[in-house]
Design a protein around this ligand. Sequence first.
Ligand SMILES: [Fe+2]
Length: 508
Amino acid sequence: MAELLASYSLALDLGLGQPMEHLLRAWQIADRLADHLETDVDRQSLFYISTLAWIGCVTDAPEVAAVFGDDIAFRADTYNADVGGLSGMRFFLGHAGAGGSSAMRLRSVATVVATGGRRIASGIQSHCLTTSALAGELGIGSGIGPALQQFFARWDGKGIPAGVGGADIDLGVRLFHLADVVEVYHRMSGVAAAVEVADARRGTQFDPELVDVFRAHAAEILPDDSNPSDPYELIRSAPRLAVPLTECEFDEALTALADFTDLRSPSRAGHSRGVSQLAGHAAELMRLPADVVTVTRRAGLVHDVGLHGVPSMILDKSGPLSQTEIERMRMATYYTERVLVRPEALGRVGAVAALAQERMDGSGHHRGLLGSAIPVPARILAAACAFRTLAEPHSGRSAMTAKQATTELRAEVRAGRLDGEATDAVLAASGSPSKRRSGPAGLTPREIEVLVMIARGATTNSVAHQLGIAKKTAGTHVERIYVKTGSTSRATATLFALRNGLIDPMDL
Ligand SMILES: [Fe+2]
């Protein structure tokens, strides 16, 4: 789990506008700072807080982009400011409408002023909530969820939730707050700059006691770039982090992280799960060995992890992309490769995942490989990703029907870009019921079945009757579906199912 989260944190670094390993370095700083404290710090929690805390920012990326333009540039700049109270408002106003026309700037400034920053606050709250929900989905210790809810709190109480401050903030979170910022200043400008920023925000953003300890030991705490330590080695040697996952837990964790990647863009909900199911089933239909089927399926889950490095405003742009924007999109598969290169368990998966945009005629990216150099699982993945992308609304166009997407894919085969056999298998897989066997929000196959029934108006009693299960069991399924989908009524559950492609409107 720790190795997987370490890799995923590299993708989060990209979304924060920082070089890869920023969060891992921040974790090491926080961990070393903890060595100098008299209070005991839960080191396992500290690692999870450091690698997970920022993950929720993907959920408000589209909202951030709507007001502040390039969400990645905006995140990168937040490190330069003490974003609390009035100075926070000044920071937000200074960035409203960034990169847009003067009319857009004015509109965005007006939005920030008119809502008194409430929209920003609600975005941040959704950030915290989804992050702690993910910790729950990953089965990470129960202490982490509440701590992650305090990620935007500040020592002076001027953060979110308002009024929560001082020692009420989890110690692990306080350590990470300091480490996250000093890592950037140390990397950019050295030890003195790191100490200076810690001092400048002592008692506002940061716990004054932690700043004092940091100042006294900064040179030992900050990473020594002439003798870098390997974070993966550190993880493997830490007994509380070196907890192995079962194959099933590994799949569940990859799926949870896949959903978070897809949250970067509303039109992509369920994309990675969908590609994974389609590609895995197609690999089975092609009678590939079981281990290759598993690699293909897992590659589907992680193939778009590199999209964390692409600003939300490019992912959601309606209309054609500029040349510069296309170049940024093309970087995504390279990022995917770099993010997944380290842990052994992800080695083969990452190698396939990074080839999702290669094309048989060499016109793909980022390597521009020719067909003979593209392994079969990657050919399947390319066809599966292309199919799902066409079936989703993108760049201002509405989603294609399965029939239209099939026609498009066949044209790609004729043009020599997609492999014929792999595409046939993907199209065969897309027509089989297996495409609905699992879904977003961690719904199990049975829960999806029940959700579809509820959407069609079934009561708990009739669900129990139709499935031949006890009323109590049916009731438990319904409760779990509501919790997982965040629904409060049949209507919202139905909307969830429709938005996630769990119900074919033609069936209703
Ligand atoms: Fe994709």
